[in-house]
Design a protein around this ligand. Structure first.
Ligand code: GDP
Ligand code: MN
Length: 530
């Protein structure tokens, strides 16, 4: 009998090694005691003490030996996933606020973090400044949208004047139309043909004929000609317009733009107080495949005038390749200084790799010039004028060689690299230092599908100041519009905005590919927070 039991026990013991313990299994209950005694239950397996060395007197439970490494592995996993630069961050549930990185304040800092009292600020004297709006009569509606936005968020307190410019004549409808929405003085100017259109040193017939021969370019031509004139006007003439003569500062305003935050201080006064020359809200790369001839000339201007970078030029350069020094040596062999220093207009310049100047390559970054707050006397300086003249006349160089000229001219017409944005930016790069530039990071701004809109500054918000704009005739709509702005976005750590309510259909340009924030930060002193 005892033999039977022990053989049955032996069977159970063998079974227990294969099958996990099941409490509900019948007939096993009474066996449990003997099992436990013999140390075969699952728990007791973990409780079993083992010695690390065969003849050591110290023993530790087996469970601990097995559990310890698992805990360590788990901890490492948690740390890796939680690290801010980990791709595994996606695993963290939504709702965690994205961190806003602080920029070094070595050369530049926001003028105000969060809200100030605009009524107090408006008691101070104004700067000698105006809004500049270039527009066509048919853009009235878009202009009104922009005026409503800037009045609501800023000019209702400060009442800066507006200068409207047009190559044609403004209609009475346009003039009276905009005046319904402006709280500052308005002036309307027509642009003289000397500032708009083909310069007299361009043979228009040759240019047009050449373009006609370019097949597809014919289609482009009609629409693009005025665009070219516009870019040239904003590059080299707007600041010479007589209506701007009396002003020291300007703020450029385009049709169909939006502001998202309240601007509760006077940016002109702050620009002056901080010795700034040029302010931007968005800096982007031109992503289209283009031959950046513009950089070749900008670079030639710099070299010809023996201008040394004051630290901003680097914002517009591709980072030097690893073998930069080696490359430069090779270049010197291929392109003797005589060629590199050729005057623009000399035949030899075409032998220079148009994308590559002395090892420097344009990274296509530019301040997006549809928003600008800047000093007019910088544009009026001899240095800027020389720069513009050189850029402008560079096209003339190709005149004698029609095929090249047409190509060059087609580039001008598409307005990409010859837009006023890279002209202003490369001039700034050559002539200014990072400390002369201001990034209006606290301004929420949108033009077409690009926007920059900051998070609101924590603990620095103040209540919405009602603004029932008078021109919306339907009472209900007026109230609804104001209520929209009465509900700003929640503040976030490191936010700088005041009562911003950002559009949510597109992402902030700061975090997008094609943004030049990193390039700006690099020259502005680096990041101040991870
Ligand atoms: P984009 O922002 O580069 O797409 O260029 P826009 O078409 O917005 O033009 C830039 C600015 O110049 C806007 O303020 C336009 O109203 C203005 N503009 C463009 N072309 C003309 C033109 O032929 N005549 C006038 N008067 N203004 C123009
Ligand atoms: Mn525009």
């Amino acid at each position: 009998m005892s033999e039977k039991i022990s053989s049955a026990n032996g069977f159970v013991q063998r079974l227990m090694k294969k099958v996990p313990y099941t409490p509900a299994a019948p007939g096993l209950d009474d066996l449990k005691t003997s099992k436990a005694n013999k140390g075969f239950s699952r728990l007791s397996f973990f409780k079993r003490r083992i010695k690390l060395k065969p003849n050591s007197s110290i023993s530790i439970p087996l469970g601990f030996v097995l559990l310890f490494p698992s805990i360590v592995v788990l901890l490492i996993l948690i740390l890796v996933v939680k690290h801010p630069s980990s791709p595994g961050r996606i695993l963290i549930p939504a709702g965690t606020p994205p961190s806003i990185r602080k920029i070094s304040e070595k050369h530049d800092r926001v003028f105000a973090t969060g809200c100030l009292n605009p009524e107090d600020a408006a008691k101070q004297p104004r700067a000698n400044a105006a809004f500049v709006v270039l527009a066509r009569n048919q853009e009235l509606e878009g202009v009104i949208q922009s005026l409503k936005s800037i009045e609501r968020h800023f000019n209702r307190w400060f009442h800066y004047p507006y200068v409207f410019l047009n190559d044609g004549e403004f209609t009475e409808e346009f003039k009276s139309g905009v005046q319904n929405y402006t709280s500052g003085k308005t002036e309307f100017g027509q642009i003289d043909p000397s500032m708009w259109g083909f310069p007299d040193w361009v043979d228009i017939e040759v240019a047009k004929e050449g373009i006609r021969k370019q097949g597809d370019a014919v289609i482009m031509y009609g629409g693009m000609e005025s665009y070219h004139h516009m870019c040239r006007f904003y590059s080299g003439f707007f600041y010479k317009h007589e209506l701007l003569d009396k002003y020291e500062w300007y703020w450029r305003l385009e049709p169909e733009i939006k502001y998202f935050c309240d601007i509760t201080y006077d940016p002109f006064i702050e620009m002056a107080r901080n010795n700034k020359t040029y302010g931007f809200t968005i800096a982007v790369k031109e992503l289209k495949e283009t031959v950046p001839n513009i950089f070749r000339y900008a670079s030639a201007y710099k070299r010809k005038n023996k201008i040394k970078s004051q630290g901003l030029w680097e914002m517009f350069l591709e980072p030097p390749p690893e073998k930069a020094a080696e490359k430069k040596d090779n270049r010197e062999k291929t392109f003797p200084n005589a060629i590199l220093q050729t005057e623009v207009g000399h035949q030899n310049i075409e032998e220079i790799d148009p994308e590559d100047m002395e090892g420097e390559k344009y990274n296509m970054c530019h301040f997006w010039s549809n928003f600008e707050i800047a000093r007019l006397d910088w544009f009026r300086s001899k240095e800027y004028e020389d720069f513009f003249q050189m850029m402008d006349h560079s096209g003339g160089f190709w005149m004698e060689r029609v095929s090249f000229f047409v190509l060059e001219f087609a580039n001008i017409l598409t307005g990409v690299q010859w837009g006023d944005a890279p002209i202003h930016s490369l001039a700034a790069g050559a002539l200014l230092a990072p400390k002369d530039i201001h990034y209006f990071r606290d301004f929420g701004y949108r033009h077409t599908t690009i926007q920059h809109c900051p998070a609101n500054a924590p603990a620095r918000q103040s209540p919405h100041i009602p603004y029932l704009e008078k021109t919306t005739l339907v009472e209900k709509e007026r109230i609804e519009e104001d209520e929209y702005w009465a509900n700003p976005d929640p503040p976030k750590e490191n936010g700088v905005g005041c009562r911003c309510r950002c559009d949510t259909d597109i992402r902030d340009v700061e975090g997008k590919e094609g943004s030049c924030l990193a390039e700006w930060v690099e020259v502005a002193g680096g990041w101040a927070s991870p």
